[in-house]
Design a protein around this ligand. Structure first.
Ligand SMILES: Cc1cc2nc3c(=O)[nH]c(=O)nc-3n(C[C@H](O)[C@H](O)[C@H](O)COP(=O)(O)OP(=O)(O)OC[C@H]3O[C@@H](n4cnc5c(N)ncnc54)[C@H](O)[C@@H]3O)c2cc1C
Ligand code: FES
Length: 272
């Protein structure tokens, strides 16, 4: 983990409440980064230590000298970031957490990437990592409530057209684009259609992740879930981000999402 000063190089509005932000970083950050890892960003830009706590964000994409976040404005910290001007200097901690187990995933005969809403951010960086390093057939399933809330779809469609072995499916809750319904319905159909069992990698709302964990268990597929939680420190000190794991020994039933995760083998978690 590195603590560094990062300059806002670009901020772009994507939807009224979603934006991308490109931040400068040292080479060492890029060398250490693993898809699925995250950063803690200090959003106290105009008032010292207010807000006090840094905010966690998945890295969506790496550039030569910088990285990009995809952010949904949901409250004070993300609201500040949404207004931040190019040239502003922010304090950043990262890369943090474990990221997706690339070596394990690429050893499987098929990979299914599943993203719900803003959960596309770490899945996008995983997709780029897999496309850059050689991969088995890839199925990418993205979903949102409506067409207007789908993120990165133009770029994903372009990738799917260009890349052999990458198939894209889209679902919206209201049916405005793609399958009318939940991403988990598409996953369920795919798993029941036979063929190679995929390894599933997913990020999105907790109910989606819980449903995916169950589908994967029923189909005997490996499944890696990227979890979110409120985080005060981001590196294992405050114990504010714990979740329960499955264990025969209930003396130590907790894992830290920031340090042991955010990516977990679904089989090891007790999410309900
Ligand atoms: C590992 C990790 C990666 C993340 N990656 C992204 C990302 O790529 N893009 C993105 O937009 N967001 C991401 N998040 C969520 C993001 O950190 C929160 O939305 C942000 O911290 C909210 O800050 P705020 O001050 O704007 O909201 P606050 O004013 O603190 O809260 C506003 C509302 O958001 C809810 N909220 C706050 N933090 C979280 C959280 N961590 N998870 C779920 N709900 C929360 C609160 O309960 C409240 O309802 C990630 C979180 C984690 C833990
Ligand atoms: S956020 Fe502090 S221990 Fe995880």
């Amino acid at each position: 983990m590195i603590l560094f000063h990062s300059t806002v190089l670009q901020r772009e509005t994507i939807t009224p409440d979603t934006f991308s932000i490109r931040l400068s970083c040292p080479k060492e950050f890029l060398q250490r980064f693993n898809p699925g890892q995250f950063v803690m960003v200090d959003v106290a830009v105009s008032s010292h230590l207010d807000p006090l706590l840094k905010r966690p964000f998945s890295v969506c994409r790496l550039r030569d000298d910088s990285f990009e976040l995809l952010v949904k404005a949901v409250g004070r910290g993300t609201g500040i970031l949404q207004q931040v001007a190019a040239g502003t200097v922010l304090s950043v901690h990262g890369p943090l957490g474990n990221g997706f187990p690339l070596a394990t995933i690429t050893g499987k005969p098929k990979i299914m990437l599943v993203a719900g809403g803003i959960g596309i951010a770490p899945i996008f960086s995983l997709l780029n990592g897999l496309l850059a390093s050689g991969h088995p057939p890839l199925e990418l399933i993205v979903g949102a409530r409506t067409a207007a809330e789908l993120l990165c779809t133009d770029e994903l469609r372009k990738r799917a057209d260009q890349e052999k072995g990458l198939q894209l499916s889209i679902a919206t809750d209201d049916g405005s684009v793609g399958h009318h319904g939940l991403v988990t319905e598409l996953v369920s159909w795919q798993l029941k259609s036979g063929g190679e069992k995929p390894v599933i990698c997913a990020c999105g709302p907790l109910p989606m992740l819980i449903a995916l964990g169950k589908l994967a268990a029923e189909a005997s597929c490996s499944c890696y879930l990227s979890l979110e939680s409120r985080m005060a420190c981001g590196f294992g000190v405050c114990l504010g981000c714990v979740t329960r794991k499955k264990t025969g020994d209930d003396r130590h039933p907790w894992v830290k999402i920031c340090q042991d995760g955010p990516v977990f083998d679904a089989e090891t978690l007790r999410l309900l």
